[in-house]
Design a protein around this ligand. Sequence first.
Ligand SMILES: [Mg+2]
Length: 423
Amino acid sequence: MERLNGPARLMIVSDLDFTMVDHEDPENLSLLRFNALWEAYYRQDSLLVFSTGRSPTIYKQLRNEKPLLTPDITIMSVGTEIAYGESMVPDYGWVQCLNLNWDRDIVIQETAKFPQLIPQSDTEQRPHKVSFFLEKPKSLEVIKALAERLDKRWLDVKIIYSNGTALDVLPKGAGKGQALAYLLRKFKADGRMPLNSLVCGDSGNDAELFTIPEVYGVMVSNAQEELLQWHAENAKNNPNIIHASERCASGIIQAISKFTLGPNVSPRDIRDLRKCRVNNFSPGHEVVKFYLFYERWRRAELEKSDQLMQNLKSSFYPLGTFVHPSGTEQLMINCIDMMQRSYGDKQGKQYCVWLDRVSAAQIGSDAWLVKFDKWESTGEKRQSCLTTVLLTTKQAEDAFTWMHIHQTWLNGLEAKDQTTWYF
Ligand SMILES: [Mg+2]
């Protein structure tokens, strides 16, 4: 949160499984569309929050499997754990709130009396969350009886049933909605209330997100029946909540457009990237655009044309150098020649490129230093480099010149074959 000087322009609070991440989309197309939109236009002045039922362990697994961006805030274990930044610093104030009138041992004792409740794995049992599998046909009856038993033990709990399979018992003051309300109270106290907030979800444990006042909400097209039913019974007349017609992250982009929250055309949806120059002139957009071109060139999704490469070269300073993550330094234009020869080398190989944590600092009247993590993945393998680019603007022209690029491998994410890592 310290990253921004003032209130966020937009705060997106999104569930992960089947909301940000579409597990039925092996190419992650909708997620990559969202990533490009976020890094090009929002990262600089907005906040990304993931709110998931996953524990830290399986949240990290998902980040290793899918091209997920680094969120500013991570809310895990159904709103019982809040962490900040890349290093995931826990919010101890929230832990203290949750300790009120919570006794995990009593929950364990009472739930043990229901043979229908099958405990989830150890990683999913958390200080303020006890989790089970429960089959749908028995669910209503079991939830009612369990609530009565815990009530008799004077415990204030919340029982959440999601996806027709998972049952979580949490402190009454926990849950995705309460965690978000807590964050908003903190922002308000700091005078940093986001100008707009959009919550995004698909299942039962997301319903609470839609009860927070003054937020926009999107239920993605593939939302579960339990969420749609909750909405029909509780929020049908709220014009700030929509049921998108598109799945997962594409539904989120649709909501940004519907509620006019800011730019809503992902650079990935623009076939001819040269055409989007004028309206979107920013360093973040410039680097996202270049790496999209790079991906498309190597996937042979562009016409193989010398002219395209000449145009690209013209935006690089002829004497500018590139420090490759292996440590070697060479002229950037030589690297473009190598890239030109690699046309189509990644065709049909599930190859994709995305940027994360793009930040730009203006260091002179016409100069920008842009930093980001550049990711490449081919099938299961992935590599990443911390990348710094020096850009200058040409006078009286809405165009950047690339002056210098410097890359270093992120720990454990080096490419085995460094000769095909061109930028
Ligand atoms: Mg979900």
